[in-house]
Design a binder for this molecule. Structure first.
Ligand SMILES: *Cc1c(COP(=O)(O)O)cnc(C)c1O
Length: 356
């Protein structure tokens, strides 16, 4: 594997004094990881350098044709002061699956994980200490050919930046109101729904804005072909407890294969729950709600871990889930996952990777 060279900053930044005001993705650490690809030469010069702007030709392909993918993960500080990652090889694998779809050359998975670890080690002092805070990590790769011709780029920039982030639930976990989007779709079968590409997000912004105007905090996405089946909530996967069983949309190609989703499924099965990964129509979901069989609903994702749903609206229908309160299954998932991630609970599945 290639050696990662380190160029230390000569102007370290002031670290945030008040960890309760960190928010999400607003401040960045002193360093970033970079690596460049050129056709015929492969990925080269893996390095950690002072954090700073890119200089890009205005014709760079990423600006015009959005050949770009990214990942999202966190480094967690444990009670003994050490720092750990959660299932980083899953991120490495998913990044390559996204790359394959967008014709971006693959990145060695060991190198990906080493790069993440090295950056966290270099900027270790930026990993916050307060409960439920973390260092959010954003690996991303984009096309840099200075050319307006539509083809796969021959050159790419890979980068990892890191952002100390606050507790996601500073006021405690409050269930969210969600709105079933019947006009815009996020992804279609055969498209890029299963990848973490910026383009999916660009397509989802409008529905999010409309939902917010109507007083909802997230969009519940339907499939892009029949606009019938539930796919995701906002930028999270979604799960329901119906009649004691867990139902979650199957990975049909337009659903993002979340690592939190996968971990929840593994935990739920280990607790004896039956988990069905299948098509679930909005009609079936609202029927279950109306007949009192919908017990709990929640989103899953790295940022929030789990996010309970308290209310849902679809066309002229409206329902309240679990009296608008967090249910026992979501609460147990939250406690267990965060317990493993912050090192407060044992890690029976071997999900945790120490940074050093
Ligand atoms: C990242 C993401 C998720 C959640 O994935 P995790 O690996 O659990 O963070 C779900 N849906 C979309 C659209 C995403 O981009």
């Amino acid at each position: 594997m290639q050696e990662i060279r380190i160029e230390w900053t000569k102007q370290p930044k002031e670290k945030p004094a008040d960890e309760s005001k960190l928010g999400f993705g607003k401040i960045f650490t002193d360093h970033m990881f970079l690596m460049n690809y050129t056709a015929g030469e492969g990925w080269q010069d893996p390095r950690i350098v002072p954090y700073g702007p890119f200089s890009l030709d205005p014709s760079s392909m990423v600006f015009h044709y959005a050949q770009e993918v990214f990942e999202g993960m966190k480094a967690y500080r444990t009670a003994d002061g050490s720092v750990q990652l959660f299932r980083p090889y899953e991120n490495a694998r998913r990044m390559n699956s996204s790359c394959e779809r967008l014709c971006i050359p693959a990145i060695d998975e060991e190198l990906f994980v080493s790069a993440v670890k090295k950056l966290v080690e270099v900027d270790e002092a930026w990993v916050p200490h307060s409960p439920e805070t973390s260092l959010y990590l954003r690996p991303f790769v984009f096309a840099t050919d200075p050319s307006l011709g539509v083809h796969a780029s021959h050159t790419y920039q890979f980068a990892i930046i890191a952002s100390p982030s606050g507790c996601y639930y500073p006021e405690g976990i409050n269930p969210v109101r969600i709105y079933v989007e019947s006009k815009d779709v996020r992804a279609v079968r055969g498209g890029t729904g299963y990848t973490k590409c910026g383009g999916n997000y660009a397509a989802s912004i409008r529905a999010g804005e409309v939902a917010e105007e109507k007083g909802y905090s997230q969009v519940l996405w339907l499939d892009g072909v029949e606009q019938k089946y539930i796919e995701e909530v906002g930028s999270m996967n979604v799960m329901f407890k119906i009649d004691g069983k867990i139902v979650t949309p199957a990975l049909t190609g337009s659903v993002l294969p979340g690592i939190t989703r996968k971990s929840c499924i593994e935990l739920l099965k280990s607790w004896g729950f039956e988990v069905e990964e299948r098509l679930l129509s909005a009609e079936e979901l609202f029927d279950a709600a109306e007949s009192g069989r919908l017990e709990e609903a929640w989103g899953t994702g790295t940022a929030a871990v789990v996010s309970p749903v308290g209310e849902m609206a679809w066309k002229d229908k409206h329902c309240v889930v679990n009296h608008g309160e967090i249910g026992p299954t979501v609460q147990k998932l939250y406690d267990t996952l965060t317990g493993i991630q912050w090192g407060k609970l044992p890690d029976p599945f071997g999900w945790v990777v120490k940074v050093k």
